[in-house]
Structures are given as structure tokens and as C-alpha cells.
Write a protein that binds this ligand. Structure first.
Ligand code: SAM
Length: 294
């Protein structure tokens, strides 16, 4: 939603994202760079005054140039370095290309990205090229345009890491938060494989986190969550769902993670092995959401 005003000399406009609970995100915008109603959702790209370009789907913030590295690094490197020898990664959603960019930093054979809306990829590649940074053209990137739930249900391929970088549980994204989808993901994971999911912001979507962990808990030996602060995902920490049948994968020592991180030689601006381990140390109110899932 855009609100405009005119303080005499200074015309202003804001992108406002109502988040519920009498709370909203507001970003001062300079212009609407692009707008289209795709086959699946309303897509807008804004030029902001201080936060770079921003893309919103159905009025909900998806990606912001200034702080996207936090989310993309944490949703990608935590499962991949915890796994330790991933060769096949599957990204469900992720149309802006940020997860794909980060996943391709690892010595992996292939990243399969399953995005329902080809327009999101095309528009982000054109108007927010810094997010994908050429990842769509990497020979190890296998781009599939499909509903992620249908792809996972039908494929006979196996993955070491599945990263669900979807929109929120509404519209096309809703199916990616179901127990059936997580059950299908489990059949597509190799031994010791890991699934991670975007699970909303804790102070506003805490029930979503509880629901996600409860559904992961139905299918995986180790269902948990980890967190990171993403300024434009306003409303407290951003939570990530975690599912694996090998609990030791999550409880890694910082020395072993540091050894793996250094061996990959990847550069990061938020992720480091200490932050990796610390991201699983939960504030009590978030730990309570986890307990409520049991
Ligand atoms: N980082 C963002 C967040 O945390 O909300 C998500 C960014 S990414 C743009 C979300 C992508 O999920 C969109 O490109 C959307 O088209 C895609 N998506 C939504 N539902 C999907 C589905 N069922 N299958 C595959 N992709 C889907």
C-alpha cells in the first residue's frame, strides 16, 4: 500500500505493509519502478530513499536490496554447512534468486530451483539484478517452473538440502506449509538430509512457527527452529523451520563448522560459524513456541 503526502516543498510517499497486531512496516519510496499482476500475484518493485530496491508480492515485502544478505545467507549456509557434504540442493520458491546465489557458492553439483511464477524471476533479474547476481545463468542451476508441492510430490530425485523460500502461507504459498508437503519433502531427502523453511517473524507470526515445527515434528526426528534479525521482515526475529532425521547435524561444534566454512572459501556479510551456532539459542518466548509444538 502506498501513502502519499506533500509537506510543502517535500513530496513524500511510503510503502506501508500492514503486519497485523496494530503494527506495520513503512519504507519511504522515491518511485514505483515496475508493477504487474502476474498469473499468480500482484508484483511491485519500488525504488526507496534509503533501502535500495524492494520487491513486494500481494503487498507483502519479499526482498530488499539493503538487508537481503542476512536472510539469504542464514537460510542457505546454516543447513548446507551443517550437512557438510551437500551435492544436490533444492530451493522451493526463491524467485528473486538470492538463495540460488548463495547456494551456488558451495562446491555442489546442482541447485534445483522450483518457482511457480516465472514472471517473478524475470522481473527480479531485470529490476533487482544484484539479488541473483547472475545465478540464473550458472550451469549448475536447474530452474523448474512449477508448483513446488507438485514437483516434490512427483519427482524421484533426491536432495541433501531442501530450502523452502516461499511467500507466506496464503495464496500459492499456502500448500508449502502443510504436513503433506513436509512428508513428501522427507521422501526426497537423502540420509542425513535437511529441510529448512521461512517461518515468519516471531512476534507477529509465532503461531505460524508453532504450526510449522509441529508439522515438521510429525515427519522428522529433529524438528526445530533458528533465528536471525532481518530489519525489513519487521516484527521481531525471522524464524526458520528445521527438519532432519539426524539430530547430530544440528548440534555442530563451532570448530567443525569453522573448518567447513573456511574450506568453502565463501564470503558472507552476516553468516559466520559463531552466528550459526548462536542462531539456535532461542529467547524464552520463541522457545515457548517450540514447546507448544510438541
Ligand atoms: N524471502 C521471502 C520471504 O521470506 O517471504 C520470499 C521470497 S521469494 C520471492 C518467494 C517466492 O515463492 C515467490 O517468487 C513466489 O512466486 C514463490 N512461490 C509461492 N508459492 C509457490 C509454490 N507453491 N511453488 C513454488 N514457488 C512458490
Amino acid at each position: 500500500m502506498i501513502k502519499q503526502g506533500d509537506h510543502g516543498r517535500h513530496k513524500w510517499a511510503w510503502f506501508d505493509e500492514p503486519l497485523g497486531f496494530g503494527f506495520q512496516l513503512g519504507l519511504e519510496i522515491e518511485s514505483v519502478v515496475f508493477r504487474e499482476t502476474t498469473e499468480y500475484q500482484d508484483l511491485v518493485v519500488y525504488e526507496t530513499a534509503q533501502w535500495g530496491r524492494v520487491m513486494a508480492l500481494d503487498g507483502i515485502m519479499q526482498v530488499c536490496e539493503r538487508d537481503e544478505f542476512i536472510y539469504h545467507e542464514m537460510l542457505t549456509h546454516v543447513p548446507t554447512l551443517a550437512h557438510g557434504h551437500a551435492r544436490e540442493i533444492c530451493v522451493i520458491g526463491g524467485g528473486d534468486g538470492g538463495i540460488l546465489r548463495e547456494a551456488l557458492k558451495h562446491p555442489i553439483d546442482r541447485v534445483t530451483m522450483v518457482e511457480i511464477d516465472a514472471a517473478v524471476m524475470a522481473i527480479c533479474a531485470k529490476y533487482l539484478p544484484s539479488i541473483s547476481s547472475g545465478a540464473f545463468d550458472d550451469p549448475r542451476a536447474d530452474i523448474v517452473i512449477s508448483d513446488g508441492a507438485k514437483f516434490i510430490a512427483d519427482t524421484n530425485r533426491l536432495f541433501d538440502v531442501i530450502i523452502v523460500d516461499s511467500t507466506d502461507p496464503r495464496g500459492p504459498g499456502e500448500i508449502l506449509f502443510t504436513s503433506e508437503f513436509y512428508a513428501d519433502c522427507k521422501t526426497c531427502l537423502t540420509d542425513g538430509g535437511v529441510i529448512v523453511t521461512q517461518s515468519g517473524v516471531t512476534m507477529i507470526q509465532g503461531d505460524e512457527l508453532t504450526r510449522t515445527v509441529r508439522r515438521l515434528d510429525e515427519h522428522f526426528v529433529d524438528a526445530s527452529t533458528y533465528i536471525a534479525p532481518v530489519p525489513t521482515y519487521a516484527g521481531g526475529f525471522m524464524a526458520f523451520g528445521w527438519g532432519s532425521d539426524n539430530p547430530t547435524v544440528r548440534e555442530l561444534h563451532v570448530e567443525r563448522l569453522t573448518d567447513r566454512y573456511n574450506k568453502t572459501n565463501i564470503s558472507t556479510r552476516y553468516y559466520n560459524p559463531q552466528i550459526h551456532v548462536g542462531a539456535f539459542a532461542l529467547p524464552t518466548y520463541i522457545a515457548n513456541h517450540l514447546e507448544a509444538a510438541r
